[in-house]
Design a protein around this ligand. Structure first.
Ligand SMILES: [Mn+2]
Length: 445
């Protein structure tokens, strides 16, 4: 079935030029792996890190002390948090001792508000999952054990002081946080396989998309996919991702839904997830057709929207699969309406630029940094929330003032559209609303 973006593209604008040859994107699982000194493949993370993570989980269960879990808000983060929760309780930690925390809309685990929340709980164990890490002071001043499980880029030593960490980032093909957590937890209790395999798939499809082949080094999920269809998993991804995209930002509802589900099925009929998904779909349709503007060198397309919902990554992803130009590398969607006085933006690699290798490979984080490299003052003002995430899917938050300066550096709007790029996106059609479950928007980013 054609993706919704594709279907939309076909019907919204008929390309004036002949079709280009189909771009072959290499299968994700075929990314060359790192090998240890013994020649063994190192995957999904260095062995010593995985062993240490297992020790901490076992120690935590024995300690029977207050435990705080801080998972990220998307399908991958929630799945890894729930896998960990199921594991901790399976190995004997009393569920009453576990609390879960989600920073409010616009905040993250590195903010002061998160530190205050942690202090209030005074936990003995802290687990930080899928949050993207940076070098910082310990998350909590009193003695505690902190384990970071992640797969985002982190600079050398880019973790909270004194925390243990296990990261998939340096072991390609980079596993998701949920898959890494699954890999860590699975051997810890015989009952876990049934409980957590589908969650590993839920989180992994959430981050890597629904075309992943579950081929080595990825684990064999044949038995699980016999029980639950790929469609059920993918539909569940969209449902689980909906609350954090909605204006109300009810991430707790998504957590509750996932932790009480024993299969993808209940997620598909959960009323709170359904309502959020409906809202997100409407907002996406409303903003899906804003015309792009281009950077001076035509390598970046910028779409500007104004929505209280977190739909900018979805819109960037859609356009990334649709816009065609040889020069184009990055699609950027900037949302002026998500946080007051701020721009929240998401970037994706243009589809035809995804197959590039070596020096030509598109690295969004590096590109964003390069744009401001000659303006250290602006770079400093853009702050820590600029250019975070993955090299293929980055973004950030900037104040309006800095955003305008950043756009100037890119030369957005200076570039008159090239002849080779017909003005086919300028005809702004009124968004059509077709809010039926049948055409429910499945692709999450
Ligand atoms: Mn993730």
């Amino acid at each position: 079935m054609a993706s919704p973006a594709k279907r939309k593209a076909e019907h919204q604008a008929s390309p004036a030029k002949p079709k280009k040859p189909k771009v072959e994107i290499p299968e994700y699982h075929l990314t060359p792996s790192r090998r240890g000194l013994d020649g063994e493949i190192v995957w999904p993370a260095p062995k010593a890190q995985i062993e240490r993570a297992r020790e901490i989980i076992k120690e935590c269960a024995i300690a029977q002390e207050s435990t705080y879990i801080l998972p990220d808000k998307d399908a991958d983060g929630l799945s890894s948090g729930v896998i960990l929760h199921h594991t901790l309780t399976a190995v004997g930690l009393s569920p009453d001792l576990i609390s879960v925390y989600f920073p409010p809309k616009g905040s993250n685990v590195h903010d002061e508000s998160t530190r205050q929340a942690i202090s209030k709980k005074s936990p003995a164990y802290i687990f930080v999952l899928d949050q993207g890490s940076r070098r910082c002071a310990p998350l909590y001043d009193s003695p505690h054990t902190c384990l970071v499980i992640d797969h985002h880029f982190a600079e050398e030593g880019g973790f909270p002081e004194k925390a243990d960490y296990v990261t998939a980032h340096d072991c390609p093909p980079v596993a998701t946080s949920s898959l890494l957590t699954y890999n860590i937890c699975l051997p810890l209790h015989p009952d876990l396989e049934d409980k957590v395999s589908w969650l590993a798939a839920l989180g992994t499809h959430g981050d890597l998309g629904n075309t992943l082949k579950w081929q080595p080094p990825f684990p064999d999920m044949t038995a699980m996919f016999k029980k639950y269809s790929k469609k059920a998993i993918n539909d569940a991804v969209a449902r689980v991702n909906a609350p954090r995209r909605s204006a109300a930002y009810n991430v707790e509802a998504a957590w509750e839904a996932v932790i009480s589900a024993d299969s993808p099925q209940p997620l598909l009929t959960h009323p709170k997830l359904e309502d959020a998904a409906f809202e997100v779909k409407q907002e996406t349709e409303k903003w899906a057709r804003v015309p792009p503007k281009f950077s001076r060198d035509a390598t970046i397309a910028v779409l500007t929207i104004k929505s209280a919902a977190h739909v900018h990554p979805v819109i960037a992803t859609r356009w990334a699969g649709f816009l065609k130009s040889d020069k184009l590398e990055i699609i950027m969607c900037a949302n002026e309406g998500y946080l007051p006085g701020k721009i929240d933006f998401s970037c994706r690699v243009a589809k035809h630029a995804r197959a590039r290798e070596g020096d030509d490979k598109v690295d969004i984080i590096k590109t964003l940094e390069r744009i401001v490299a000659d303006d250290p003052d602006l770079r400093a003002r853009l702050g820590e929330s600029f250019a975070r995430g993955h090299k293929e899917a980055s973004g950030g938050i900037a104040n309006t003032q800095e955003w305008e300066e950043f756009k100037k550096l890119m030369g957005v709007d200076e570039n008159a559209r090239k002849k080779s790029e017909p003005n086919r996106t300028k005809e702004k059609k009124k968004p059509v609303q077709k809010n039926t479950l049948a055409n429910y928007f499945v692709k999450a980013s």
